[in-house]
Design a protein around this ligand. Sequence first.
Ligand code: SAM
Length: 356
Amino acid sequence: MEKHPLSSSAMNPALTTLPSTDPAQILRFRDRQYSAELLATALLHYDFFSWLGLNAGASSDLISKHFGFIARPLDVLLTLCRASGLVTTDAAGGHHLTAHAQEHLVKGSPWYLGPYYAPVKDTPIVKGFLSVLTTGKPGNWQAKSDAKDWHESMLDPEFARSFTDLMNCRGMIFGQFLAKAIKPLLGDRCHLLDVGGGSGIYSSTMVAAHPQLSATVLEQSPVDAIVKKEIARHGLESRVKVATGDMFKVTWPETDIILLSNVLHDWDLPEVRALLVKAAETLKPGGLLIIHDAFIQDGKTGPMAVAEYSALLMNITQGKCYSPAEYGAVLREVGFEPGSYQDTIGDRGFMTAVRR
Ligand SMILES: C[S@@+](CC[C@H](N)C(=O)[O-])C[C@H]1O[C@@H](n2cnc3c(N)ncnc32)[C@H](O)[C@@H]1O
């Protein structure tokens, strides 16, 4: 008998096979790679903690003014400090050192640990942080010498291939967890638009888990060609299509579900807003938006692993990890009713919003 292209035997079985162990710690080693250098930057280049000790209750605005820091990277630094128990923030937005930071990060304390960080004081990653903190512009990917930031690098076929592999391998796990957790919210919706979909792994795991779904991956060149190959490798050409274009400029294809997976975290708030406006323009009332990402808690005191990952994102992209409250505020403004946040695996999770 001739095989139907949709038959499950044609589809890569790995798309619906979960590992038996939790990958979180292995992901964390990598995700936290920049956090020591962000602390070293604040500690050794700005003596930030001695200053905050003398200026207890300083607001973010005052800190920005004093050090010349841009709001987004300062927010990432303060979130990392709160998550690490170094800083607390009061209800009025004033920042204070904890006893822990007073003892170990303030010059003149007998237990000052500044010299411990001297070996990472002048690394290329620290140079990136010095630039991001004061200009808001990202450092170049892994502080390589060709001076391209991550977004520019993704237009280069060789870099795009290797970075898409990086995103694809975690997506093989995250995508399955997302597909499972989203099931009760899908209703009778039948088409997913995966904006900035990378290798298309989230579309692939989603359609593999839900026979009612087909999907379109919207990607820019040269990643679009990578997606086509990946979709063919998974045997899903009849259910996952690829649309090529700049997500900020093109009209998004018609759909009743939009997925933004690890996309918004690459951008500052004006671009986040622009993408959420696009999502609102694309979906009809009742349409479902899914934001899948690493989320900071609303109080911005953790989780630690996400605060650390946010340091990496703020260094190499124009973004950071946002909280459900930050997204929720923009979503309400642009025409969505935000839903609640749910954890999945590996310090990731998702929030949904329904088009009003
Ligand atoms: C961090 S990756 C996320 C990929 C995938 N969604 C995931 O979760 O693994 C961001 C993706 O956005 C894509 N992207 C960035 N700028 C874009 C643009 N202007 N138009 C379309 N895609 C874009 C990149 O090519 C990249 O694949």
